[in-house]
Write a protein that binds this ligand. Structure first.
Ligand SMILES: [Zn+2]
Length: 96
């Protein structure tokens, strides 16, 4: 959906997220919504309808270095030489 080599997401409870500014939603399937900035088109976050979480694109967070990665997922698709923290558990497909 992004065209990036890898995407990093920060998952938050949906009720902890406040959106300020104009956004535009797209549906990639009946149950998934992708939200972009209505001005520049940057991908901001996605959510699965019926879940109480929102996955925010890491690069759009003001201080991403303040967050600690916890579970790399879909690592079966990882490009060789794309290094991950060896201390983290990897999930070849969907996360736990
Ligand atoms: Zn924008």
């Amino acid at each position: 959906m992004s065209g990036a080599l890898a995407m990093t997401w920060a998952t938050f409870p949906a009720d902890a997220v406040t959106v300020v500014g104009a956004t535009q939603d797209d549906a990639s399937s009946p149950e998934v919504r992708w939200t972009r900035c209505a001005v520049c088109g940057s991908l901001l976050f996605w959510r699965r309808l019926g879940r109480d979480t929102v996955d925010i694109a890491f690069g759009t967070i003001d201080h991403p270095g303040d967050l600690v990665p916890s579970n790399p997922i879909w690592t079966s698709h990882r490009v060789a030489r794309f290094m991950l923290d060896p201390e983290l558990p990897e999930f070849p497909e969907r996360g736990a």
